[in-house]
Ligand binder design. Structure first.
Ligand SMILES: C[S@@+](CC[C@H](N)C(=O)[O-])C[C@H]1O[C@@H](n2cnc3c(N)ncnc32)[C@H](O)[C@@H]1O
Length: 241
């Protein structure tokens, strides 16, 4: 199970990120992810790797009648509970691998930027398919395969220290990648596009939308953002049960 987010240094670095301080409006993918949510009035929602619970609170605001966020990090769940005080949202410290996935229980399963921490995506697809009600939706955002493929998950730099290009290497070798994120060693898993999309189709899902996140125009002035249009970083997928 991934313990990175319970590491004191990593957790305090993560707390400084704009998406941690300001929430969904500061997340570069939100302008593309938000329109992919189905109508939520009276619906039940499970969030896999909910972190601070931003998507749980969004779903509750949209009228969802039951919302559960699970995360393997106790610190992240503590923060989610703090930010959700007084709201009817349940949080549990529980990994995706350990969750019981009751049959036919949820209208929407959402997961934002958590599935690249999981080695066996077919396991997740099978469990999510079973836990969704007929007609339900699986909506997720995973780090893009061209982003996760390269061994160090970093740019190749010029002699002057500027990013020269993003290396796509060992693309067809899925599996563990040791990366440096927020100054910490973080273990992630590379999955090819075929594994992600065919994994869903083979499980019986129908693909409803596939998008590659690009930062919105208004974020382009933020330092470092110009790099974000040089390679895709996130893959958004909406699949129907
Ligand atoms: C980048 S954060 C995203 C948090 C949240 N979904 C959001 O978008 O704000 C990734 C989250 O996934 C959680 N995570 C990583 N591996 C997990 C696993 N195997 N099971 C459950 N949660 C996991 C981490 O603890 C962390 O909170």
């Amino acid at each position: 199970m991934n313990q990175t987010y319970d590491n004191e240094d990593f957790f305090s670095q993560y707390a400084q990120m704009p998406r941690s301080r300001e929430g969904l409006s500061a997340a570069g993918e939100w302008h593309q992810l938000r329109p992919l949510f189905p109508p939520l009035e009276g619906k039940s929602v499970l969030d896999l790797g909910c972190g601070y619970g931003w998507h749980c609170r969004f779903c509750e605001e949209q009228g969802a009648s039951r919302v559960l966020g699970i995360d393997s990090s106790g610190k992240m769940i503590q923060e989610a509970r703090k930010l959700s005080q007084g709201r009817p949202i349940d949080y549990r410290v529980c990994s995706v691998e350990e969750y019981e996935f009751p049959e036919n229980a949820w209208d929407l399963v959402v997961s934002n930027l958590a599935l690249h921490y999981i080695e066996d995506l077919d396991f997740v697809f099978e469990k999510v398919y079973g836990t969704l009600k007929a007609g339900g939706t699986f909506l997720f955002n995973i780090e893009h395969p061209t982003f996760t493929a390269g061994v160090g998950q970093d740019w190749v730099y010029t002699d002057r220290g500027e990013p020269a290009y993003w290396p796509v290497d060992n693309y067809f070798v899925p599996g563990k990648r040791d990366t440096l994120f927020l100054g910490c060693c973080v273990e992630k898993y590379h999955h090819t596009l075929t594994q992600i999309l065919m994994g869903l189709l083979n499980r019986g899902f129908t693909l409803e939308a596939v998008e590659e996140a690009q930062p919105p125009e208004e974020m382009m002035g933020i330092p470092g953002m110009e790099r974000e249009i040089r390679r895709p970083m996130m893959l958004l997928v909406k699949a129907g049960r």
